[in-house]
Design a binder for this molecule. Structure first.
Ligand code: DX5
Ligand code: ZN
Length: 235
């Protein structure tokens, strides 16, 4: 199975010291990636940050060559994912993870998931595809099995996107299990309500990329939490 990757969600960090929080979590606390939640107030009922902020934090976080450290995992909870692609490339995003629901309904411009993955790769970024708790996992099979360019990661949301600090939804694990069975090497990310109390279920189902906001940034020792999460996925 692919290696464990721990990706703290900076949504739970202190935005007043964002650059410092981001470099600290990677350099001192041992996180692998940074999960950056982008919300536009349309796809989800909340607004967070945009590309200019990502540009600023990129200056304080170095990336490794090999997709293991300092990856900017941008979770695009936006209604028009195609529209922001170039801006996020320029800002220093590494992995552009869009919502399948948004791609399939976007109008401006109309860019279904297959097209979007191609466009993301053309800019030299990795592509992720996310699904909300209410979206069936089967919608991803044509993308993963088709003859077109494939997503590099799938994100199975374990809360309704929009806010940090929500309760993990265990019923979403059936989707992770189904994906892991079909795609032994795929990077499968889970996001929402993950922490020491829920990691067992996610690891058991086969997730290997773990997003955790509150559980990491709210901890006395983020380092210990990150280590425990990683150990659980590794076993
Ligand atoms: C929710 C975001 C999550 C969120 C996770 O819409 O996509 O990344 O920040 O936060 P926790 O870990 O606190 O549930
Ligand atoms: Zn997220």
């Amino acid at each position: 199975a692919p290696k464990p990757i721990i990706a703290p969600s900076i949504l739970a960090s202190d935005f007043g010291s964002l650059a410092h929080e981001c470099s600290r979590i990677i350099k001192s606390e041992g996180a692998d990636w940074l999960h950056i939640d982008i919300m536009d107030g349309h796809f989800v009922p909340n607004i967070t940050i945009g590309a200019p902020v990502v540009t600023c934090i990129r200056r304080s976080v170095d990336r490794s060559e090999d997709w293991t450290k300092g990856v900017f995992d941008c979770h695009m909870m936006v209604a028009e994912p195609q529209k922001w692609l170039q801006d996020f490339k320029d800002a220093g995003c590494d992995l552009y993870c869009f919502h399948h629901e948004a791609a399939e309904t976007s109008k401006d411009p109309k860019t279904p998931s297959t097209e979007l993955i191609k466009n993301i790769h053309a800019l030299g970024l990795k592509a992720g595809v996310a699904i909300k708790p209410g979206t069936e996992v089967d919608v991803l099979y044509p993308l993963l099995d088709g003859s077109g360019e494939k997503p590099d990661m799938v994100l199975v949301m374990t809360v309704e996107p929009g806010f940090g600090g929500q309760k993990f939804r265990p019923e979403c694990m059936a989707k992770v299990e189904a994906l892991r069975k079909r795609y032994p090497e795929l990077d499968i990310e889970v996001d929402g309500g993950l922490g020491l109390g829920t990691i067992d279920q996610a690891a058991e189902a086969g997730a290997n990329v773990i997003v955790a906001g509150t559980a990491v940034f709210g901890a006395q020792s983020p380092k210990e939490v990150i280590e425990k999460l990683r150990e659980t996925v590794e076993r």
